[in-house]
Design a protein around this ligand. Structure first.
Ligand code: PEP
Ligand code: MN
Length: 379
């Protein structure tokens, strides 16, 4: 294929580095999560499942290109926040699908990887826009696309300036009705011969039924896939989309526990339960927690000011309420195995700053009132 100027294989395979994770290296990368983001709880639970399994990337669709216009179309930006937040909680990366210019612009700065779905593989304007993005792109193979068409779609993204493309085989349409699509595992090998780009496999959209996912996942690794993209849902029976092909959390974790042996047999590595967080990753988590603490303190201070507006100046300090709060928080700290003295030292300071700000705003209000009365009086 002489048109694969940039996507074509030359002398070595490419790896894609994304926030501490290497796709296309020795490690098999596990990505999991629901088809569609439905709620904050659903995403937190899914992230915990992916983490427990040793996965590194959380998936979840917020803009869903559905075959029927009457099917659930995704939660949009509200869902995106649930995805991003849940990934953060577990120190995972996240990926979501983009369907057009506006969804790409909305999500590009918030997620680690963008996905272009099978239905959009030949949406050339979208491919060109993805090529202008700085984010890695998972490019699914189209429903009836040849390998050449798929690689040429990747070429569009590369030619527009983005070298970070991950090919994803997700089953193609055949005459066989027992599965939703037919997983074309030879495409993994062919794509790797023709192109230097990493190739992952999505067995979920290929099979359309959960009983085949474990075997197809193992087969994909044996066939040379660099990673797996698998749908899992805390409660597949209740899923708004693709429930029948979604693994339960237990099935997802059980499958992950079995992947290491398969990976090893083809000289790859998959670490069940993950490798544990590096010092750098742990520091990133601490930085996030610190930021949340300060944001919450700012929220608290704002409420304190609003309360201040409703109090008289001589009632600003309320020692018995302060003691009550400290006692309640000391009990909570004990439950959470935090030293109670931390609360006893911290809270008097927080109260003190609160009281000071209430007094200040009261005095400022009094001055304003005085000035107003003065102007009225002098009229
Ligand atoms: C998906 O990953 O949610 C999806 C819609 O996949 P595909 O584009 O492969 O159908
Ligand atoms: Mn799906």
């Amino acid at each position: 294929m002489n048109n694969l100027k940039l996507a074509g294989f030359k002398s070595a395979r490419s790896t894609i580095e994304v926030n501490g994770i290497t796709i296309g290296g020795k490690d098999i990368i596990l990505m999991g999560g629901p088809c569609a983001v439905e709620s904050s709880l659903q995403m937190s639970q899914s992230a915990a499942t992916v983490k427990k399994a040793g996965g590194s990337i959380l998936r979840g669709g917020v803009f869903k290109p559905r075959t029927s216009p009457y099917s659930f179309q995704g939660l949009g930006m509200e869902g995106l926040n649930y995805l991003v937040q849940a990934a953060k909680e577990q120190n995972l990366l996240c990926v979501t699908e983009v369907v057009d210019a506006s969804s790409l612009e909305l999500v590009a700065n918030k997620v680690d990887i963008l996905q272009i779905g099978a239905r959009n593989m030949q949406n050339y304007e979208l491919l060109k826009l993805a090529g202008k993005s700085k984010k890695p792109i998972i490019l699914k193979r189209g429903l009836s696309a040849t390998i050449e068409e798929w690689l040429l779609a990747a070429e569009y993204i590369l030619a527009a300036g983005n070298p970070q493309v991950i090919l994803c085989e997700r089953g193609i349409r055949t005459f066989e009705p027992s599965t939703r699509n037919t997983l074309d595992l030879s495409a993994v090998g062919v794509a790797k011969v023709l192109s230097h780009l990493p190739v992952i496999v999505d067995p979920s959209h290929a099979a359309g039924r959960r009983d085949l996912i474990a075997a197809l996942s193992k087969a994909a690794i044996a066939a040379g896939a660099d990673g797996l993209l698998i749908e899992t849902h805390p409660n597949p029976a209740e899923a708004v989309s693709d429930g029948p092909q979604s693994l339960t959390p237990e099935q997802f974790i059980q499958l992950a526990a079995e992947l290491g042996a398969v990976a090893e047999s083809v000289e790859r590595v998959f670490t069940f339960g993950g490798k544990g967080d590096t010092l750098e990753a742990l520091r990133t988590q601490i930085d996030r927690v610190d930021q949340s603490i300060v944001e919450l303190l700012a929220d608290r201070m704002q409420i304190v000011r609003e309360i201040g507006d409703q109090k008289r100046l001589d009632r600003v300090k309320d020692a018995s309420r302060q003691n009550e709060i400290i006692q309640r928080l000391v009990n909570l700290a004990e439950e959470l195995q935090l030293p109670p003295n931390l609360i006893k030292s911290l809270y008097p300071l927080i109260f003190e700053f609160g009281v000071q700000s209430q007094i200040k705003s009261k005095l400022a209000q009094d001055k304003e009132l005085e000035a107003l009365l003065y102007t009225l009086g002098s009229k």
